[in-house]
Design a protein around this ligand. Structure first.
Ligand code: G3P
Length: 214
């Protein structure tokens, strides 16, 4: 399973890239709004740090506007992926852009029906929001299970990008289910490294070693 980071913060992206396990970045208007400076300049800098796909989302809600914005965004860098909302207009724009060879990430996916639609429209990535489904007392990871099964049934090539990840168990479950990618906030990436027994084990090895090497 590939690891993307879900942030527009350059420092977090740099630090994750240094770990050697970063495959891409997902941004959205909310994440970009949290950073100082011009969002387009910030996207450009992100694309210089990471060679993998960097998702940039359109603001328009109509097909024409989405396609126009997408054409502007792809000029930022070769690794820009266009993020579109999963609406009727978004699916139409996805078909147009993917036919032109533009990579599209269909976002705000909350149902298996939406996942089928975006795969049929040629999306390169589908982004189901698991945390937000959990937030409304439903099971976000059940949706991932369904999409993995449906895409497997038909050999759809759209990559399943698990989004709205809130804790390490979302990542573990996504891997167990065979999702292609998890996009993970920086805080959760750091949590993945932690295990109390690892810390205790290191302490014990070091103190035992000190007994024989004074
Ligand atoms: O990639 C989508 C993600 O940014 C949404 O996460 O935590 O706002 O539901 P969240």
């Amino acid at each position: 399973m590939k690891f993307f980071i879900d942030t527009a913060n350059l420092q977090e992206i740099r630090e994750s890239a240094e770990l050697g396990i970063l495959d891409g970045v997902t941004t959205n208007p909310t994440l970009l709004s949290r950073e100082a400076g011009d969002p387009f300049e910030n996207l450009k800098k992100i694309c210089e740090v990471v060679s993998g796909p960097v998702s940039a989302e359109v603001i328009a809600t109509d097909v024409k506007g989405m396609v126009r914005e997408a054409h502007e965004l792809v000029r930022i860098a070769e690794n820009i992926v266009i993020k579109l909302p999963t609406t009727k207009e978004g699916v139409k724009a996805c078909k147009i852009l993917s036919s032109e060879g533009v990579q599209v990430n269909m976002t705000l996916v909350f149902s298996a029906a939406q996942a089928v639609l975006v795969a049929r429209a040629g999306a390169a990535f589908v982004s189901p929001f698991v945390g937000r489904i959990d937030d409304v007392s439903s099971d976000g990871m059940r949706l991932i299970e369904q999409i993995v099964q449906i895409y497997g049934n038909y050999g759809f090539e759209t990559e399943i990008l698990v989004a709205s990840v809130r804790h390490p168990m979302h990542v573990v479950q996504a891997a167990l289910m065979g999702a292609d990618i998890c996009t993970i906030p920086y805080k959760v990436i750091l949590q993945l490294f932690k295990h109390p027994l690892t810390d205790v084990g290191i302490e014990r090895f070091l103190s035992d070693w000190k007994k024989i090497r004074r």
